[in-house]
Design a protein around this ligand. Structure first.
Ligand code: 5AD
Ligand code: SF4
Length: 443
């Protein structure tokens, strides 16, 4: 750890977890760029490796521990390499992570401004450094994230940090702290910057966007202000909470063609008993009513969800309620997980994790199979329709095909025919798989 840099030090940032973490890595890069670091993509060339981590489920953490073992070996080849763990797992495990032989630095999600000082201390003293203080104010509002995909199509903009919901299964309120909304002027400034830089899509991020509040600016108002900046730039957002999602937001979405017609509305369970234990603070009936309202105001809006199988005490009947809710709503897509007990959460302290792992897995497989059918049905309903898609790049399967997304966030694949990334193209859906609409370009 005795680095005397003659050229700019190089940082490699590996990101795990959600979109918010991807955006946080861009904030970290902005902070480190100011102190002279340049981004690099290869471990063998890096002076500093930062692993931006996720703590949401045990398997996310196990993967990162595996990566740390890999970096321990890298450090044997390259002893001056500094390895830092940042993000949610850093916040959860704190000093315990410093015991790992590969780890020199631990910094939580609200400590990124302190990274240059921590790195300087490591360089000056050779000792490990940590900062896991959470803040009630930090939003990194004045920092313009340095995007890692320069020339990309979509830019994330965080509009708030933290979470005040305390769902009983969830570690996020402990790893990301209390909810705070970012100054709306700084959000608009950043939105103008990304539009000027040529981005075609803005994705507004928050753990619970519906509770955004800055002065008298609500989420609906903010969404409208961002949508009005440029009619040719799409606006998306995530994540909505069913208990807080307001009609005002739905009406704003309906009023602006450039606000994408897609709502990610995690349900977690279709059983009222489970929703109560999960401390979601809404019922199945409330959720179904919100879905009905979305469809009333925007019949073409896609709805996607998150669900957990095998939460504490989940019976076969509770799980049937989840399947039934899926059939009733007919989600366009879903992220599906089996329950993973997280230390320190309300559920871990109050309820036994009593659904056997094989039952959790079997239920997960069942809901995945059901969603596969529902996704296929949803895509079949689009065959014969035309959509405007924003081209994101080449298709993974064929270099002569492009991939673009509809406003509903469905992936369309079609022959490139001279079209380019970042363009809007009108396509006709000819066929589909559960995951993709197979299209041709309409002149
Ligand atoms: N176990 C399994 N899944 C979880 N999620 C959050 N906490 C847990 C947990 N302890 C899921 C929820 C959430 C998504 C981001 O991750 O479905 O919406
Ligand atoms: Fe994102 Fe939650 Fe994972 Fe943190 S724990 S990275 S907030 S998904």
């Amino acid at each position: 750890m005795n680095n005397n840099y003659t050229i700019a030090p190089r940082v490699l940032i590996e990101t795990y977890g959600c979109q918010m973490n991807v955006n946080d890595s861009e904030v970290v890069l902005a902070i480190l760029s100011k102190s002279g670091y340049v981004l690099c993509k290869e471990v063998s060339l890096a002076d500093l490796v930062l692993i931006n981590t996720c703590a949401i489920r045990d398997n996310a953490e196990q993967r990162i521990l595996g990566r740390l073992d890999f970096f321990r070996l890298e450090k044997k080849k390259h002893p001056s390499l500094v390895v830092g763990v940042i993000g949610c797992m850093a916040e959860r495990l704190k000093e315990k992570l410093l015991e790992h032989p590969a780890v020199d630095l631990v910094a939580g999600p609200d400590a990124y401004r302190d990274l240059p000082r921590l790195l300087e201390s490591i360089r000056a003293t050779g000792s490990k450094q940590i900062n896991t203080l959470l803040s009630h104010e930090e939003t990194y509002g004045d920092i313009s994230p340095v995007r890692m995909d320069a020339g990309g199509v979509s830019a994330y903009i965080s509009i708030m940090r933290g979470c005040n919901n305390v769902c009983s299964y969830c570690v996020v309120p402990y790893t990301r702290g209390a909810e705070r909304s970012r100054d709306c002027e700084s959000i608009l400034r950043e939105a103008r910057e990304v539009i000027d830089a040529g981005y075609k899509e803005i994705i507004l991020l928050g753990q619970n966007v519906d509770s955004y509040k800055f002065g008298d600016v609500s989420f609906a108002k903010l969404l409208e202000m961002v949508a009005r900046l440029s009619p040719s730039v799409r606006v998306r957002f995530a994540t909505s909470h069913p208990k807080d999602m307001k009609d005002e937001v739905l009406l704003t979405m309906a009023a602006y063609p450039n606000i994408c017609k897609h709502i990610h509305l995690p349900v977690q369970s279709g059983s009222n008993a489970m929703l109560e234990k999960m401390r979601r603070r809404h019922t199945r009936e409330w959720y179904l009513d919100r879905v009905a309202r979305i469809r009333e105001i925007m019949p073409d809006c896609a709805i996607t969800t998150d669900v957990i199988t095998g939460f504490c005490g989940e019976t076969e009947t509770d799980f049937e309620d989840t399947l039934d809710l899926f059939r009733q709503v007919k989600f366009d897509a879903a992220f599906m997980f089996q329950y993973s007990e997280r230390p320190g959460t309300l559920a871990q302290r109050h309820y036994p994790d009593d659904v056997p792992p094989e039952v959790k897995t079997a239920r997960l497989e069942q809901v995945i199979a059901l969603q596969g059918e529902l996704s296929l049905e949803s895509n079949r309903r689009d065959v014969g329709k035309t959509f405007e898609v924003l081209v994101e790049g080449f298709s993974k399967k064929s270099a002569s095909d492009l991939m673009g997304r509809t406003s509903q966030n469905k992936a369309c694949v079609f022959p490139a025919a001279g079209h380019k990334t970042g363009e809007y193209v009108t396509v006709l859906v000819k066929d589909c798989t559960p995951a993709t609409l197979l299209c041709e370009v309409v002149e």
